[in-house]
Design a protein. Sequence first.
Length: 112
Amino acid sequence: MKKIEAIIRPEKVDDIRQALETVGFPGVAISEVEGHGKQKGVVQQWRGEQYRVELLPKVRLEVVASDSQAENIVNAIQNAAKTGSVGDGKIFVSSVDQVIRIRTGESGDKAL
């Protein structure tokens, strides 16, 4: 099993949710987060004064899927999130040793 974690632009959440449903995977956990990448934030201007915003609003999506579904999910997220501009985000894929459904006690792929 794989855990797929994506840090994305907030305005791309609906596009990614639709893309995940299209590939047959509607389950996702979504959190609002703040952070920055290599660009270390952005410089903005308000009333003629420049100021730096170092922590930008982002959204973290988390999906746990079987190994066979992981590549399709990563591709769906990448295609839906891409704008071609700095700040599109990142996708992290890691292994999951075990999943247990609390309600039924099922484990492994059955728990997904």
